[in-house]
Write a protein of this length. Structure first.
Length: 552
């Protein structure tokens, strides 16, 4: 019993329902039971009037019975009796039955006329508790599996039909989709209530939702030509469902997030008030969220962090990715490079071998970009039910832009805080010089840099006022001119290290833990070591330790 109590802890039971906590027989009865009680009430109604006029219950019941037997009852009474009898071949209207109905009605009202028959009471076999525990395992065993296990554990009177009938009668909190079977988190996401969001008070362009998604298509990598799935980072306006900015990259990162958001700002010269993003490093890194130099702070963009593991929180962007998969990726390049979880497995099973032998050819990344751009234009002009039949384009046209007030090139430039020393600032192992920096020696400045070219930086004071443009004068070590290239090199070194660890592990697994030489050495060690021979008497040397120096 303890296992069942532990299983049902924090799960709502049938006994917790309002009807069980405040039992009302009429409310708890079935529709059929209430129908029968209504017919009985209509039948004994005239008799109740007689009883209230002074007649006894016995005389009233006998009167109705005699009228029915003699056939003198009115048509209404005969019709009610026939409806109560149904298909019964025996006389269901006896005097004791009528007296019981009258007595109960006079005492408890119509509730006493509800049928008391509950059907055949189920027999307990003793395996019910164990069956519930087995059925609610995370492995989701079936009815036949539970039956087999019960028989293996020695329970008697076990059959698949009995187990199936019993388990299917359980409440939903212990049934097929119970929290114990599908997991508490999935049960909360799919079976429990969630807070629906209203967008009535939200303005067009006020809140962007952003997220990354790996494309469900194989394309040729621009450098290697091998199968490759690009990472799509998207920002969507939650009011209009319009895709304001997007970016394709090798993986989700801070840079891809900044490029996607800056693309949205450049396209429409508009700054959103809020962005709704994940709490991962790709969206909450210092480059983006630093209070003084972060990308969000520079444009006074508020950040709403989605709860981890809660896709309902940003369902707008998740639904768009599903639409991309179903409406674009499944049809891209004839549908032969789609790799979603519902793709026929045999199509891509030998993809690498087919590519090597020339039997198949992957489309280029540029073709995917062109195809996605064309499809996105079609998506923006399709009416949507959630927009009351309007298209995302029509709703987005209601935008009242909040201008960026910066040059388009400067939008995507990140900033970092640096300290001036000897008219130079050091940033990412690079030194930048400007004569005007002498006025700010030992002070902290915000330094703005270009991700693509490192030949200059732009210096600002803490109030955001531009000071000077500093030129590159020296580098530490051998560094590429592009910080993006530097990041790619750093990522490559990390990949090589991880691959080397895999090689080392595979090598160690292949090596025999005990070699033959070690085994022979262990066998020899089992023989006892021979003792030193006992010296002969003539070979004993007797030395007096006190007088040995005086011996001649």
């Amino acid at each position: 019993m303890g296992a069942l109590l532990k299983l049902t802890k924090d799960i709502r039971q049938m006994s917790d329902l309002p009807a069980a906590l405040n039992p009302d027989p009429w409310e708890c009865a079935s529709d059929e039971a209430r129908r029968v009680a209504g017919l009985r009430e209509s039948l004994i109604g005239p008799l109740v009037d007689l009883i209230n006029g002074g007649a006894s219950i016995n005389h009233a019941a006998a009167l109705l019975k005699s009228q029915l037997d003699a056939g003198t009852a009115d048509l209404r009474t005969k019709h009610l009796v026939s409806m109560l009898a149904g298909d019964a071949v025996v006389d269901v209207m006896s005097v004791p039955t009528i007296k019981r109905w009258l007595s109960g009605f006079m005492r408890d009202g119509k509730n006493a006329l509800l049928p008391k028959h509950t059907g055949r009471v189920r027999q307990a076999y003793g395996w019910e508790e164990r069956a519930v525990t087995l059925y609610n395992l995370p492995g989701k065993p079936g009815f036949a599996d539970v039956t087999s296990r019960l028989i293996q554990e020695g329970f008697e009177d076990v059959s698949e039909s009995r187990v199936k009938r019993y388990l299917k009668a359980l409440p939903a909190t212990l049934g097929k989709f119970s929290p114990a079977r599908i997991g508490k988190h999935l049960h909360q996401l799919t079976r429990q209530k969630f807070q629906r969001r209203s967008l009535d008070e939200v303005l067009v362009g006020e809140i962007y939702a952003g997220d990354g998604h790996t494309a469900d298509c194989y394309v040729a990598h621009p450098n290697t030509g091998k199968p490759y799935r690009p990472e799509l980072t998207v920002f969507i306006d939650i009011k209009s469902s319009y895709i304001t900015g997007w970016w394709l990259s090798e993986s989700e990162s801070t840079v891809s997030t900044m490029f996607a958001l800056s693309h949205a700002m450049r396209m429409f010269n508009h700054v959103p008030a809020w962005v709704y993003v994940d709490r991962g490093p790709g969206y909450r890194a210092r480059l983006l969220s630093d209070e003084s130099t972060g990308f969000y702070a520079r444009f006074d963009i508020g950040v709403i962090g989605a709860l981890p593991g809660n896709p309902h929180g940003k369902g707008w962007i998740e639904r768009f990715f599903r639409t991309v998969r179903d409406k674009h990726d499944k049809f891209y390049a004839g549908g032969n490079v789609y790799c979603g979880d519902d793709m026929a497995p045999e199509v891509n099973r030998r993809l690498s071998a087919d590519l090597a032998m020339g039997r198949r050819e992957l489309p280029s990344l540029k073709s995917y970009v062109d195809s996605f751009t064309q499809w996105l234009e079609h998506y923006h002009n399709q009416p949507q039910d959630k927009l009351d039949g309007r298209t995302p384009n029509q709703v987005w046209n209601e935008l009242r832009p909040v201008p960026v007030e910066l040059s388009m090139d400067a939008i995507a430039r990140p900033r970092e805080e640096c300290t001036v020393s000897r008219q130079t600032v050091r940033l990412h192992n690079r030194f930048y010089y400007a004569e005007a920096l002498a006025l700010f020696d030992a002070q902290k400045l915000d330094v703005e840099y270009d991700l693509h070219h490192d030949n200059r930086v732009w210096c600002f004071d803490k109030k955001g006022r531009f000071i000077v443009e500093a030129k590159l004068v020296n580098k530490i070590g051998v560094l590429p001119t592009s910080r993006l290239e530097e990041g790619r090199d750093r990522r490559l070194q990390g990949q090589l290290k991880r691959l080397q660890r895999k090689v080392d592990e595979a090598t160690r697994r292949r090596d025999d833990p005990v070699e033959a030489t070690d085994q022979f050495a262990a066998i020899e060690a089992l023989h006892p070591t021979p003792a030193l021979p006992t010296p002969k008497g003539n070979d004993v040397i007797d030395i007096d330790l006190l007088t040995w120096r005086n011996d001649k």
